[in-house]
Design a protein around this ligand. Structure first.
Ligand code: MSP
Length: 523
């Protein structure tokens, strides 16, 4: 069976979960669910990034020990995954023993290997330069700007501070050519979308400097093997989660182990702000340790809120739990992945989400299901109708629905184009609504009942295909719709996509799946 390993970034525990975190996790959930339905063995990982200066400071501000603090906040992210109905197979915390052991071994392997220029991959030196705690990143002088307050800032807007301390370095400078070759190799592009790939390539072409990978001025982290005065750079520690969660290095030689089965990862989903860590540092670290790099990294865009950057100081942070209680979980899942071309930035506004709920979900899909199924209930004996001979219009709609699996698979698997996949499915929903109007089953009821049953059958079949394909996006609502079509649980995977509804099967009384937004507010 073919396998699929998909990961979210692990979230910093200095902050409460917001809609940006929910977005990354949901995108991965849709892929994981899609691949499972498509017959693949899936491993879907998420978790929390718990070390480093930023988390240490947040714990200090909260007046608790870093361990107590991370135990508490990590739970919020675990809860978020369950509120979002996310189907992750594992949740990794970087404070777990399995992770610490993996980091130590990764370090040892990097330290005992040679870079492409024949020098050792890790060496001891002294770091003198700028560091942004908010980004947990080092910056060159040339990358900084000076704000109106005279303070220097990173390109992300984060404040930087001058750091001078002994540090181990990773010989990143020697990996430039290997990285550039790597970006050009393979049939799947290593970095998506193309704009990010170009950015990464031009960053690497400009020349890489060696990377500081240990710190000595604070203690909340994983000690460097053999030199515990140093703790590992939090990004080296964090990136290693993708292999520590697979049980590496303990199961390295076990062909049945998670590592052998799932590494290299098929996809690391990340936000655009953390592309460099995943596409430059991480493949080089892995290669230095003798491990394969992941197959692909895809960077999505950022959400603003009602046109403004989301920030605690503006007080406009969108909390997933509030959105879910206001709009319902599946509508939020749908909106986030439908509204914005995946990879670009988007704006979260009340008007936009209400428009999507009322138009796409309530009017188009919800109404299609409701009017067809209640018509069948009242006028076709509450069973899957028996079709007669098919007309050209019937075939056209059925073919459009049948063609969706290949189209959606292409959009999601190769390009992570969630919005395009949804657009294609909803184009068929719109076609089905036009077909209802043009075929007018309510008129046929009086004039030609056999033709009426054919029309209803074609519609029910179309709804079945649409509902099967939308399961990864809106699992609960589509389960309800498939229940209403009496599709058995074992006929909901993509292997059963072509297994048409059986005429004569009894259908339960239908109930609306997607209420309009104002109705929800009243109810
Ligand atoms: N801990 C690191 C990742 C380590 S992975 C080995 C980190 N954590 S984070 O909590 O700050 O961010 C996690 C993800 O949330 C990132 O992919 C980031 O892009 C995403 N988002 C944070 N704010 C966002 C928006 N406003 N909009 C969309 N996604 C955003 O970085």
């Amino acid at each position: 069976m073919s396998r699929y390993y998909v990961t979210t970034p692990i979230y910093y525990v200095n902050d409460a979960p917001h809609i940006g975190h929910a977005y990354t996790t949901l995108a991965c959930d849709v892929l994981a669910r899609f691949m499972r339905l498509d017959g693949r063995e899936v491993h879907f990982l998420t978790g929390t990034d718990e070390h480093g200066q930023k988390v240490e400071k947040a714990a200090r501000d909260a007046g608790v020990s870093p361990q107590d603090f991370t135990d508490r906040v990590s739970r919020n992210f675990r809860d978020l995954a369950s509120h979002l109905n996310v189907s992750n197979d594992d949740f990794i915390r970087t404070t777990e023993p399995r992770h610490k052991a993996c980091c130590a071994e990764l370090w040892r392997r990097m330290a005992s290997s040679e870079a492409p220029n024949g020098e050792s991959n890790i060496y001891l030196g002294k770091y003198a330069g700028w560091y942004a705690v908010r980004d947990e990143a080092f910056y060159g002088e040339d990358e900084l700007t000076t704000g109106p307050d005279g303070r220097k800032r990173a390109p992300s807007g984060a404040e930087v501070e001058w750091v001078e301390e002994p540090s181990y370095f990773f010989r990143l400078s020697a990996w430039q050519d290997w990285l550039l070759d790597h970006y050009a190799r393979g049939n799947t592009e290593f970095v998506g979308p193309g704009t990010r790939r170009n950015e990464v390539m031009s960053f690497v072409r400009q020349g890489l400097t060696d990377l500081s990978i240990s710190r000595t001025t604070f203690t909340w982290g994983i000690p460097v093997p053999g030199d515990p005065a140093h703790i590992m750079y939090v990004w080296l520690d964090a990136l290693a989660n993708y292999v520590s969660a697979l049980g590496w290095p303990g199961n390295e030689t076990d062909p049945e182990g998670l590592f052998a089965r799932f590494w290299p990862a098929d996809l690391h989903m990340v936000g655009k702000d953390i592309v460099r860590f995943h596409t430059v540092y991480w493949p080089a670290f892995l290669k230095a340790a003798g491990l394969e790099p992941p197959r692909r990294v895809f960077a999505h865009g950022w959400w603003t809120v009602e046109g403004q950057k989301m920030s605690k100081s503006l007080g406009n942070v969108v909390k997933p739990a509030e959105m879910i209680s206001r709009y319902g979980l599946d509508p939020v899942r749908y909106f986030l992945l439908r509204e914005v071309p995946f990879g670009q930035d988007g704006d979260f506004s009340q008007a936009a989400i209400v428009r999507r709920i009322n138009t796409d979900l309530a009017n188009d899909l919800g109404n299609l299901g409701q009017r067809v199924l209640s018509f069948v209930q009242k006028n076709a004996g509450a069973v899957v109708p028996e079709p007669g001979p098919l007309s050209a219009e019937d075939r056209k709609l059925l073919d459009a629905a049948a063609g969706l699996l290949v189209q959606v698979r292409g959009d999601l698997v190769a390009a992570q184009a969630f919005n395009r996949a949804l657009e294609a499915v909803f184009a068929v929903v719109a076609e089905a609504n036009r077909y209802v109007d043009s075929q007018a089953p309510w008129t046929l009821r009086k004039t030609d009942q056999e033709r009426m049953r054919t029309v209803l059958y074609v519609l029910a079949e179309t709804i079945r295909r649409v509902a099967i394909l939308l399961q990864p996006f809106m699992p609960d609502s589509m389960a309800k719709l498939l229940d209403q079509l009496a599709v058995p649980a074992d006929a909901r995977s993509f292997a059963a996509f072509d297994a048409a509804l059986r005429p004569g099967v009894a259908l339960p009384a239908p109930a609306g799946v997607f209420p309009r937004y104002q109705d929800m507010a009243v109810g």
